[in-house]
Design a protein around this ligand. Sequence first.
Ligand SMILES: [Zn+2]
Length: 201
Amino acid sequence: MPPSDTSKRPTQAEAEQAVRTLLRWAGDNPDREGLHDTPARVARAYTEFFCGYEIDPAALLRRTFSEVEGYDEIVLLRDIRFESHCEHHLAPIIGRAHVAYLPRQRVVGISKLARVVDAYAKRLQIQERLTAQIANTINDELEPHGVAVIIESAHECMTTRGVHKPGVSMVTSTMLGVFRENSDTRRELMAMLNRPAVCEY
Ligand SMILES: [Zn+2]
């Protein structure tokens, strides 16, 4: 994805003006009291929703650890909650990501995997690309034996508009390396994913 050209980035005032236009488009009056501060709030919310454009996800994975006592099994981070927005309707996508890799000597701090998920989630997305971007970045940076990313999420553009189908979840996965090539490794991952949590946190 090309990074946004910040030299062409609109000013805060221009962003607020655009929100006023949308409020008028919705049929309301942006000058009434309750909406007075809404454009500024929405602009601030956008910087939070889309902060991922400011983050280089690959850089998050550059610090690795090699003293792993020969650990050569799957590392799985389950149930990483994320919030994203669909690029077609700007509607929220709320979901969970499961990220696994089979290390080749080097491992990364697990919080970094969650940060990579957020760095891509906090952009305008479609779920298929989000899934692939997370997997490809981990694959390129850590060069592990394999990477698996599975995402389940609900798309509010489907629940609150259009076909109006609440309760539908979308599941996508990207499997690379041994997770793609070796059905035993994939099966082991699925068993780890389906295992009930062993302790309450
Ligand atoms: Zn949508």
